[in-house]
Design a binder for this molecule. Structure first.
Ligand SMILES: [Zn+2]
Length: 141
């Protein structure tokens, strides 16, 4: 895990441009590190096969095969599609130390990753991701 983003985002827009490209809720989550209310996101229970891409820039982030039922109220994945697809950094907001997950391409806020919770998955990691940060691209056929 990286503690700092280290690199500049590949996709860069001014805050004004992001506001125009995203809905108010997408902007609040992706650009202001907000969190959608639990059990309200469109992908919480989705089992459709496909790839979840960043809603802000279209980068492929997670595959449906790594999505699992965490019952936490947000879409949960046990690993990103590729290690370099996301950036992980320490988030000390709200009086807690958590690990924030960002899109590596646009540095949009996706959610947080939690480790060692005892889920029966290959990694025991839970990438707890806001639905509003993602766009599901269903697999053909
Ligand atoms: Zn992105």
């Amino acid at each position: 895990m990286e503690s700092e983003t280290g690199t500049a985002p590949e996709v860069v827009h001014s805050e004004q441009e992001w506001r125009e490209r995203l809905s108010p809720e997408e902007y609040r989550v992706l650009r202001q590190a907000g969190t959608e209310r639990p059990f309200t996101g469109e992908y919480v229970d989705t089992k459709t096969v496909g790839v979840y891409a960043c809603r802000a820039c279209g980068a492929e982030l997670f595959r449906s095969e790594t999505k699992f039922e965490s019952h936490c109220g947000w879409p949960s994945f046990f690993t990103p599609l590729a290690g370099e697809a996301v950036i992980e950094r320490t988030d000390d907001s709200l009086g807690m130390t958590r690990t924030e997950v960002l899109c590596a391409r646009c540095h949009g806020h996706l959610g947080h990753v939690f480790a060692g919770e005892g889920y029966d998955t290959p990694t025991d990691l839970r990438y707890c991701i806001n639905s509003v940060s993602l766009t599901l691209v269903p697999e053909e056929g």
